[in-house]
Design a binder for this molecule. Structure first.
Ligand code: NDP
Length: 513
């Protein structure tokens, strides 16, 4: 176990969870305000920021969707979801709820947006909220271009000079469903908004442990000299879950695991693990380096795809000792669906640092456990001077960056077992975040909302990154869709297992520790 020095923390002034900058009064409009994301993630995150005095004051939070309801009904509904998730202080809720408003809208009707503009102007005058606006698209992706275009036509994307009266649009994943649709979405959004106004969310980027990847690599001298093909045998990036498709079959049938997890979250984890150090820790510089990783990705070797790509779909099995049905028997899934719920990709980054180092990207639903981690597997020692006294191979060093369930950094190495006989024992040195962090946790949605209010793009995707990521994944998707037509390549795995048999050896290896 490792302890942390609190002195180092305060000396750099880096420990204040919320105080990040100038929070200007603004209005946040949540399109899809009647929906799941708004109720379960966005409003609880805004409430959490509010009770920590981390929201601008004044602020208006406006739900906008087709459902007609009063402000009061909107607030009651949100309150119902909130008390299921957190302990709510009644007095603070009363203060917070005064900032909540609701405006019914027809997404494809221009007049509706003019009414919204008037409504926001009215709130600005009444509450002194200035003309700063964030438009959050918490709606099905098919509505992103519709809303983006109408906001532009209603003049709601126009900004003042020198950062006054900002207008920002926040887009949830998925950003398109392939390269062409991502470009088309971009074209429409860019008709109304400039790149600096567009915030493409990947909430994985806002996880503390994910952000810490860059700190670990570039705020220490001991890791970076080893972080390359000379010392690293392979890298595993794993994110598995126990849950099945739940109530999202409609979305998942269209998306599958490659669009749902690989194009976005796994590609970001890959970029953070593999990128070169930027010259400054500012959004543009970090994005530049990430983009170089995407650009260097070697296209998947389709001819030899069995070594590089394993696809699976969960069949019936047991989760937590309870029987669960297979994917094809889930409500809303077609009985002969070929949608993959599991994938393992072996990818290579064609550059000096990573030549010939395989990166295994793994994600699956209904797996044995819920876990997200990055495994850095170092090479074997080049020469074993202990071979005459040891009858076994020496286990190579391994560094694990745990994101979930344990937020940790864990390094395994060899020590001598006490006693007269020469014998090695692998041990692990663990740093667990919860052992040193006692403050209120700042969730991923709090982070992205706060950064968007501040105009900081660090935790968001830039368009060139989106396109390069799709450029890599789209041929894989096309190949999968073609090869799945032959029904040869989709392997079924029992729910609650480690995935398809073909991938189990590697997954077993990656899951250790
Ligand atoms: P919902 O299905 O709950 O939809 C949000 C709102 O959009 C609904 O309340 C509804 O409001 C409106 N809506 C739904 N379907 C249609 C339709 N066919 N036509 C017009 N309006 C429609 O979505 P979520 O809140 O779950 O997700 C919103 C976005 O965020 C999606 O893009 C999703 O992929 C993404 N996302 C969601 C996550 C989550 O945890 N829920 C996590 C990560 C991303 P009304 O009928 O009142 O207009």
């Amino acid at each position: 176990m490792i302890s942390a020095s609190s002195a180092a923390c305060s000396a750099y002034g880096a420990c204040d969870l919320f105080a990040k900058g100038d929070l200007r009064p603004c209005s946040i409009v949540i399109f899809g305000g009647s929906g799941d994301l708004a109720a379960r993630k966005l409003i609880p995150a805004l409430y959490n920021l509010f009770i920590h005095d981390a929201l601008p004051d004044p602020i208006n939070i406006v739900g906008a969707s087709r459902t007609v309801m009063s402000d009061e009904v909107f607030k009651d509904r949100l309150y119902g979801f909130l008390i299921e998730q957190v302990e709510v202080d009644q007095q603070r809720w009363l203060e917070f709820s005064k900032k909540l408003f609701y405006q019914a809208i027809t997404y494809d009707n221009g007049d509706s947006y003019l009414e919204l503009a008037d409504f926001l102007d009215g709130l600005d005058q009444k509450n002194n909220t200035l003309k700063n606006r964030m438009f959050y698209l918490a709606v099905p992706p098919s509505l992103y271009p519709v809303i983006g275009a109408h906001l532009g036509q209603a003049g709601l994307a126009v900004e003042g000079k020198d950062g006054e009266d900002w207008a920002r649009i926040v887009v949830e994943k998925p950003f398109g469903r392939d390269l062409d649709s991502a470009r088309e979405l971009e074209r429409i959004l860019h008709d109304s908004f400039n790149e600096h106004q567009i915030f493409r969310i990947d909430h994985y980027l806002a996880k503390e442990t994910v952000q810490n990847i860059l700190m670990l690599r570039f705020a220490n001298t001991i890791f970076e000299p080893l972080w390359n093909r000379s010392f690293i045998d392979h890298v595993g990036i794993v994110t598995t879950e126990k849950l099945g498709v739940e109530h999202r079959a409609g979305y998942y049938e269209q998306s599958g695991v490659l669009r749902d997890m690989f194009q976005n979250h796994l590609m970001q984890l890959l970029a953070l693990t593999a990128m070169e150090p930027p010259s400054h820790f500012v959004a543009e510089r970090v994005q530049d380096e990430k983009v170089k990783v995407f650009r260097a990705l070697k296209p998947l070797n389709i001819d030899n795809h069995h070594d590089n790509l394993i696809l699976g779909q969960y069949a019936a099995g047991m989760i937590d000792n309870q029987p669960v049905c297979g994917y094809r028997d889930e409500s809303g899934v077609t009985p002969d669906s070929l949608t993959p719920t599991f994938a393992m990709l072996r990818v290579y980054i064609d550059n000096w640092r990573w030549r010939n180092v395989p990166f295994y990207l793994v994600s699956g639903k209904r797996m044995e456990r819920k876990e997200t981690k990055i495994v850095i597997q170092f090479k074997n020692v080049p020469h074993s001077m202990f071979r005459n006294v040891l009858d076994e191979n020496i286990l190579a060093n391994r560094l694990i960056l745990g994101v979930y369930p344990e937020e940790k950094i864990s390094l395994s190495f060899q020590t001598k077992n006490p006693g007269a006989k020469e014998c090695l024992r692998p041990v692990t040195m663990d740093f667990k975040y919860n052992s040193v962090i006692s403050k209120t946790e700042l969730g991923a949605y709090e982070m992205v909302l706060l950064d968007c209010i501040l105009g900081d793009h660090m935790l968001f995707w830039r368009q060139d990154g989106v396109e390069l990521s799709w450029s890599f994944i789209t041929p894989v998707l096309q190949f999968c869709e073609n090869c799945l037509m032959n029904k040869d390549d989709l392997q079924f795995y029992p729910a609650g297992s480690l995935g398809p048999e073909k991938s189990q050896e590697m997954i077993n290896l990656l899951m250790k520790g």
